[in-house]
Ligand binder design. Structure first.
Ligand SMILES: *Cc1c(COP(=O)(O)O)cnc(C)c1O
Length: 449
């Protein structure tokens, strides 16, 4: 198993060839799921005492399993949040995998951590964070939000005597489900503040929610969203920052999807106030063109996070007794892949202007398709477009109609567009993050409605 012999060499070239072809395909087949029974009939048991050999295993994957996975990087995959990794980032991900990098500590992964920190610094600069800011790449927005909130509560706890009856986070009713999930993990309450007529959370609603918290409940963090997943709405970050500052409460901005817009001058002013956050996240595996899985978590003052997250053990003393920058100290993680490196490599390769241009392009495609939807008689926008997400309705259709249409569209291989709901009413949603997505392609989808 652990020798590089002739058969390994043969397998290596087969794997390279497949990977290269997959990266080269434009577009890749959209593909789609199959039932467990169907897959079992086609694939059966794969793990045996003797092993089947690399070539047969690779064929199982390429012929049966890979086609049962939707190609998230397909230009007409417009559901949820798609993926649009650059060629450079995907190819470099192979290098990361081949190098057995341990990027939890400086001692073990200094070179990788140095590079990751440069990518984090670019993001910190986009947000206007100070020179002392720092953070870590984690697996996703869910992990990033949780780690930030754990740090926030650690800080609040350290500042008070004794425990409140309950700890609480204030968010909007439009806040991402991962905040509710963090609340469950941390056993803290999530208090929902109403959004305004523009569907934005603002300072007055946050202040009212804090005031309305039950006796004995202490609010330790406010979560604003800079680009809601459903509609791309950016909360009024500046007025929320005011409230957090006045009350000494940690201000966290969830920009998992939308904070990439900081790199686009046309929407950058929407984010005013993020520079006053205590922490924010942005997922490079979404609108910053990195492969899965990669979320950047940044802290204004990393020291609180370090106090909250550093793991201590006898065998870890060689790491924790040094004054090094250890990425694992800043999140709920110990062993970690250098998952920021594909983003770093692509940034170094292409330069940040290319990122600005790619994001601006997707914004312009979203703007055009929103205009075209408005111009039809039978389609209507649910909310004016803000970022690269466009939500709309087909007049007269309900959830069943959308579901049937969506299934048929995927089965035809044309596109993957799933329904959502806004204010309890079914709608469709196009999330456009791929620089390969064209207005023409979207027009073709609208024509089927
Ligand atoms: C996608 C998303 C998340 C969750 O991120 P994962 O990487 O899927 O864990 C959190 N918040 C917002 C606003 C998101 O769009």
């Amino acid at each position: 198993m652990h020798s590089f012999d002739e058969s390994t060499d043969d397998l290596a070239w087969k794997i390279f060839r497949y990977s290269l072809n997959r990266v080269r395909l434009d577009p890749p087949p959209l593909d789609g799921p199959r039932s467990p029974e169907d897959l079992y009939a086609a694939v059966g048991e794969t793990i045996t005492t003797e092993g089947m050999g690399g070539t047969a295993a690779l064929e199982l994957f390429t012929d049966q399993l890979a086609p049962a996975c939707i190609s998230t990087d397909h230009q007409r995959y417009l559901s949820f949040i798609p993926a649009a990794p650059t060629e450079a980032s995907v190819l470099f991900d192979m290098v990361v995998g081949a190098s057995s990098l341990f990027a939890g500590s400086w001692l073990e992964g200094a070179g990788a951590v140095y590079a990751e920190n440069q990518a984090l610094r670019w993001l910190a600069d986009l947000a206007g964070f100070p020179a002392e800011a720092g953070g870590v790449f984690v697996s996703g927005g869910t992990a990033g939000n949780l780690s930030a909130l754990v740090a926030a509560r650690h800080g609040a706890r350290a500042r008070r005597d004794g425990e409140p009856t309950r700890w609480a986070i204030v968010g909007a009713d439009t806040t991402h489900s991962s905040i509710e999930s963090a609340g469950r993990v941390m056993d803290v309450d999530v208090l929902a503040a109403p959004v305004d007529a523009d569907r934005r959370l603002g300072g007055p609603a946050v202040a009212a929610a804090i005031d309305a918290a039950p006796d004995g409940t202490e609010v330790f963090a406010v979560v604003a969203t800079s680009g809601t997943t459903n509609l791309g709405i950016v909360d009024d970050l500046a007025s929320i920052a005011d409230v957090c500052e006045q009350r000494g409460i940690w201000f966290h901005v969830d920009g998992a999807y939308g904070a990439a817009g900081l790199a686009a001058p046309s929407v950058q002013p929407l984010y005013t106030g993020i520079e006053r956050a205590d922490s924010f996240i942005v997922d490079p595996h979404k609108w910053l063109f990195a492969p899965f899985d990669c979320a950047a978590l940044l802290y204004r003052d990393p020291e609180t996070a370090r106090a909250a997250h550093t793991q201590h053990a006898e065998y870890l003393e060689p790491l924790t007794s040094r004054d090094d920058w250890n990425p694992s100290d800043y999140a709920h993680v110990l062993t970690r892949r250098a998952r920021g490196l594909p983003l770093w490599f692509s940034l170094v390769t292409h330069g940040t202007d290319a990122y600005r241009d790619a994001i601006e392009y997707t914004l312009s495609v979203a703007a055009q398709v929103a205009d075209e939807i408005e111009a039809t008689g039978h389609l209507e926008l649910v909310h004016p477009r803000v970022l690269s997400t466009v939500a709309f309705r087909r007049r007269g259709w309900g959830m069943d109609d959308y579901r049937k249409w969506s299934d048929a569209l995927l089965a035809s291989g044309q596109a993957f567009v799933t329904p959502t709901a806004v204010d309890g009413e079914a709608a469709l949603r196009l999330c456009i993050i791929s620089p390969r997505t064209t207005v023409e392609g979207l027009r073709g989808i609208l024509a089927t409605l």
